[in-house]
Ligand binder design. Structure first.
Ligand code: AMP
Length: 249
């Protein structure tokens, strides 16, 4: 069984994101970029499946600029077997990404695709769901536990007020949530080994996909600055402020 893991290159989660002066997007020049944290969790889960003898191959896929190869190398250093890079130097929306992932899935025939629940840059939370729909496969989103059998899998999802357990037939698309696992760090020997692992490069056209955006970003602005709070003397004053100042009760 092959496991396909899309890995997105995003602004590192420790970086304070700044909006560009012309409000067309966020500043990417000289900013530290990393693998989307949910995709690290997906890679970790795929590696655990391989280590448990349930998967033979873990393939990391990244779509975007040339530097996405670094993101794929990180996945290879964690332990993925090989990489696929779809080179595209422009805006990418979840539908275009999902179409390219579908084309790769049609070619590779994975039994499982482990997508991050959302990318921390655009927060879209759409790619996995669109991919499952395009493939016509079952999906379980926001999974926090996974057990894989020969023809089926059981996934636990965190939902409001509790946990939901689903059984799905393979092949399937899963989107991974924070509590699924704690990703490993790449060891130095594995970082060295990763340099020799293969990365196939292709273009959206090779996959028969037109990645042109369908959405237009009108402007990107910073959230309003939060005003300083006030300390109230007692409950009566709190209620008075909630009623007459904040007007929420
Ligand atoms: P989104 O729907 O944009 O929030 O992204 C959800 C997930 O889709 C990410 O965690 C990745 O697993 C995958 N994904 C989105 N964009 C890309 C990309 N350009 N390359 C690889 N994977 C991606």
């Amino acid at each position: 069984m092959k496991v396909l893991v899309p890995v997105k290159r995003v602004i590192d989660y420790n970086v304070k994101v700044r909006v560009k002066a012309d409000q067309t997007g966020v500043e990417l020049a000289n900013v530290k970029m990393s693998m989307n944290p949910f995709d690290e969790i997906s890679i970790e889960e795929a590696l655990r499946l391989r280590e448990a003898g349930k998967a033979e191959e873990v393939i990391a896929v990244s779509i975007g600029v040339q530097q996405c190869q670094e993101t794929i190398r990180t996945a290879l250093a964690m332990g993925a077997d090989r990489g696929i890079h779809v080179l595209h130097d422009g805006e990418l929306e979840p539908l275009a990404v999902a179409k390219m992932l579908k084309a790769i899935a049609d070619k590779e025939g994975p039994s499982l695709i482990l997508v991050g629940k959302q990318a921390i840059d655009d927060d879209c939370n759409q790619t996995g769901q669109m991919l499952a729909a395009l493939l016509g496969w079952g999906q379980a989103t926001f999974i926090s536990k996974l057990e894989v059998g020969d023809t089926e899998l059981t996934a636990t999802r965190e939902v409001d007020g509790g946990l939901e357990t689903l059984t799905l037939k393979l092949p399937a698309v899963l989107t991974t949530d924070l509590r699924l696992n704690e990703p490993r760090y790449a060891s130095l020997p594995n970082i060295m080994k990763a340099k020799k692992k293969p990365i196939d490069q292709m273009s959206p056209a090779d996959l028969g996909v037109d990645p042109s955006p369908r959405l237009e970003t009108l402007r990107v602005v910073e959230p309003p600055k939060r005003e300083a709070g006030v300390i109230v003397a007692d409950v009566a004053e709190l209620v008075e402020k909630l009623r007459n100042v904040a007007k929420v009760i």
